[in-house]
Each structure stands twice: as structure tokens, then as C-alpha cells.
Design a protein around this ligand. Structure first.
Ligand code: AMP
Ligand code: MG
Length: 366
């Protein structure tokens, strides 16, 4: 717990109180830290062109000094102050902006000289996003400066999708926490790198590779590898991807395979773990939750197995609830891939630190 006297300010995204926003904007301009909702997750923000304010974000989160921040803007007019990209990179950036902004896409492009190096941990690139959430947009616009903001969780914990999650992690550490209700998307933005030799997704999100490729016409300019399959042996392509992440306090194990094999295997594991004295949680779907009821475990559903957007919006809340209920181990069903499903599985893999049990015909492996 830090020693700041954190203010909690409730703002209705559909009826924004201009005076409350002006107050928060003043805190940003003075170099303070404001937690605010975006359409993806809550962020902890500071003036992106104030190096000392940026530094304080790393301290508040306990964030490793080599994990760069995303800079948020409220108008494409702010782009020249943030990126100095030219030529083909600039053309792609403006095309992506036109198609996906405001929205859950972060673009990595060449960093402008006016953006302090600590925002990007010394890289010559910068992550840029134009969020669609009404409160985020108002805060950035009234502050009049770009806002550097990672997710408003303590480093390594699941990202916050509700103000109560931010309060859990950031009381005493931020100057203001804006309570603006629940986030819509629930997983962080897609991070798309257009500064490398080949463009590539560094972190999957609600905007998919297929969506992005509609805008980038030269398919050979894009690296099609899926970031979430990224094995432990592959060098991380985004600095933030090398850390165990999004983790609840409980151990997480993923079970992948056909439904009946997965259910059988999880039921066996429940018995074993309970016998050993552990408190067990199961992360299931609406279709499978019935199999685990009455087993003396905490069972939560992420939603329908064919609705990846619903799963995304519930994931982090469910992980935090397991923690709140004192669960020691979370047994999680793998979810179907495709669309936002890839983003959900990416976060789940990281929460599990890569522990996946393959269930089915073949001999089981861990
Ligand atoms: P967070 O804001 O906590 O969601 O984390 C931001 C993510 O964006 C991390 O995974 C970073 O590694 C990634 N990121 C931000 N800026 C850059 C950059 N300049 N190059 C590569 N990845 C970046
Ligand atoms: Mg984060």
C-alpha cells in the first residue's frame, strides 16, 4: 500500500460531469496519477511528456523497467507529437487509425523526440492508442496532453475491468481513481507493430490479424505467426510478453481437448486436489458448468463456449473472484480459438504460466 491520499471520483460515462473531468485533468497536468476506464481495461495514467510522472507509473505498479507503456491520444491531431514515422509506416498508421480508431488497437511506430525515452524503456518506438471510452477521451482531451497508461493493476496481477479491482490494487498509489463502471471488451488492446521489418501482432486482442490485414494490402509485409502459440523457447517479440502475467494468486492449470475428456480429467483432478486439502476452483463455460456442480468446488462460467466476446469481458473478473474466495488452484477449460478467443486463451496461458494438460485419446502430457 502506498501513502497517497487517493480520491475516488464516480463519473457517468453517458452524462459526463465536466468539472470532475477538469479536476482529474489538472491532476494529470501537475504530474499526478489518474486511474480511468477505457473500453478494454482500466488504465493508470500520467502525462506522457513528463518523464518524472511517467517514472511514477512504474513505481506505483511495481512494473519492470523494461516493459514499455502505451501512449493514449484523443485525436489523430495529437499523432505528430507522439510519432515521427514517415513514408510507408506513416501511410499504414493513418489507414489503421481511419479504420480502427477510436478503438482497442495499439500501434507500435517510431517514437517522436518529444516523448521521453522512459515511456518506451529506451526503445526508439512507441505504442499509441486512441481509446473509444467516453471518459478516457474526455480526460485526454481536457488534459491537452497524451497520457501514458498501462493497465491499472499491480504488476503481474489480472488487469482491472471494474473500479473495485483498481481500488484493490491502487489505493494509496494513485492520486485519483475514476469509477466509470465496467469495461466493455475486458481484455487489453491488440498490439500491432508496424515499425519492424515485417508488421506483426505482439499481443492478440479484440481486433484480429484478419481485421488488420484488410487494411494492410501487401500480405507479404505481415508476419502471420500467432503470438499466443509463442513457446517458452521463442524470444519475446514484445517486452511485456516475457513475464508471467494476468495471474491470480492461485495456481492455474489449463485442460485442452474434447469436452468429455476434459471434464473427466478435471473431475479426477478435483478429487485428488481436495483429498490433498486444497480449495479448488473450476473455470468452465455455460455448456459445461453443470458437470462440476456438487463437487464441493467454486465453479464459475466465462459465458457461452461460442461467445468469445462474452468470455473476454468476464475473464479477469472471474480470476479475481477466485482469489477473493481463497481458492488455491484453478482448473480451467481451454476455449475455442478464433476471433477474440485467441486473446482470451493468450491471457489464460499467461495466467497459467504455460501449464496445459492435453486430454483425450493420446497419452496425457503436461
Ligand atoms: P499494458 O499497458 O499493461 O497493457 O502493457 C502494454 C503492452 O504493450 C506490453 O505488453 C508492452 O510490451 C507493449 N508495448 C508497449 N510499447 C511497446 C513498444 N514500443 N514496443 C513493443 N511493445 C510495446
Ligand atoms: Mg498490463
Amino acid at each position: 500500500m502506498g501513502n497517497k491520499n487517493t480520491e475516488i471520483i464516480k463519473i457517468d460515462r453517458h452524462d459526463i460531469d465536466g468539472r470532475a473531468v477538469a479536476h482529474c485533468a489538472e491532476v494529470i497536468r501537475r504530474g499526478g496519477l489518474v486511474c480511468f476506464p477505457t473500453e478494454t481495461v482500466y488504465g493508470i495514467g500520467a502525462n506522457a511528456i513528463d518523464a518524472a510522472a511517467v517514472d511514477s507509473i512504474f513505481r506505483a505498479k511495481g512494473r519492470p523497467a523494461d516493459n514499455p507503456l502505451i501512449v493514449h491520444i484523443a485525436d489523430t491531431d495529437m499523432l505528430p507529437g507522439v510519432t515521427s514515422c514517415k513514408g510507408r509506416q506513416r501511410e499504414i498508421l493513418y489507414r489503421l487509425a481511419e479504420r480502427f480508431w477510436p478503438g482497442p488497437l495499439t500501434v507500435i511506430a517510431e517514437r517522436a523526440a518529444g516523448v521521453p525515452a522512459n515511456v518506451s524503456c529506451g526503445l526508439d518506438t512507441v505504442g499509441i492508442r486512441f481509446p473509444s471510452h467516453e471518459i478516457a477521451r474526455a480526460l485526454i482531451a481536457v488534459s491537452g496532453v497524451p497520457i501514458a497508461a498501462p493497465s491499472a493493476n499491480l504488476s503481474g496481477r489480472p488487469s482491472p475491468t471494474r473500479a473495485s479491482h483498481v481500488i484493490e490494487d491502487m489505493m494509496g498509489r494513485a492520486d485519483v481513481i475514476i469509477d466509470g463502471g465496467e469495461c466493455d471488451v475486458g481484455v487489453e488492446s491488440t498490439v500491432f507493430d508496424i515499425a519492424g521489418d515485417k508488421m506483426s501482432i505482439l499481443r492478440p486482442g479484440a481486433i484480429t490479424l484478419e481485421d488488420l490485414c484488410e487494411v494492410v494490402d501487401g500480405a507479404d509485409e505481415v508476419d502471420w505467426r500467432r503470438p499466443f502459440g509463442e513457446g517458452k523457447n521463442e524470444a519475446p517479440r514484445s517486452p511485456g510478453m516475457k513475464y508471467r502475467h494476468y495471474s491470480p494468486k492461485a495456481e492455474v492449470i489449463i485442460y485442452d481437448g474434447d469436452r468429455s475428456s476434459v471434464v473427466k480429467r478435471i473431475l479426477r483432478e478435483i478429487k485428488k486436489r481436495k483429498f490433498e486439502g486444497f480449495s479448488v476452483g473450476v473455470l468452465a463455460t455455460d455448456e459445461s458448468i453443470c458437470y462440476y456442480k456438487g463437487e464441493g468446488t467454486v465453479v464459475q462460467s466465462l459465458g457461452s463456449s461460442d461467445d468469445s466476446l462474452q468470455q473476454a469481458s468476464n475473464l479477469f473478473h472471474c480470476l479475481r473472484r477466485f482469489d477473493g474466495m481463497g481458492v488455491d488452484v484453478i482448473l480451467a477449460e481451454a476455449l475455442p480459438s478464433g476471433g477474440a478467443g485467441d486473446a482470451v486463451m493468450n491471457r489464460l496461458y499467461r495466467a497459467a504460466g504455460g501449464t496445459v494438460v492435453i486430454c483425450g485419446e493420446a497419452p496425457e502430457t503436461t
